[in-house]
Write a new protein. Structure first.
Length: 90
């Protein structure tokens, strides 16, 4: 893996995504989910809400990086709250 310039934040990011996917897989095996309708305008499963949350969090980060000079921790905090909200009530 020496060909890639790994930094601690990027390694933690990918480890975090892997842990989220592992957790979601275990949760799906233990208790299969059913579609439900929350505040999102479509019926979703846990996996749908995870995908929507991760995708929208990426756009939050891109917006902050492209449009502001703020620390990356600001969009991280906003994205964390957002993805938890989507997973719980989406």
């Amino acid at each position: 893996m020496a060909w890639m310039a790994w930094t601690t934040p990027s390694a933690l990011f990918f480890i975090g995504i892997a842990l989220i996917l592992l957790t979601m897989t275990i949760a799906e095996i233990k208790a299969p989910c059913i579609e439900r309708k929350g505040f999102l305008p479509i019926s979703t499963t846990r996996g749908d809400r995870l995908f929507i949350g991760l995708l929208s969090s990426a756009y939050i980060h891109l917006g902050f990086v492209g449009l502001t000079e703020l620390s990356i921790w600001v969009p991280f905090a906003i994205s964390t709250v957002w993805i938890l909200t989507v997973l719980k009530w989406g």
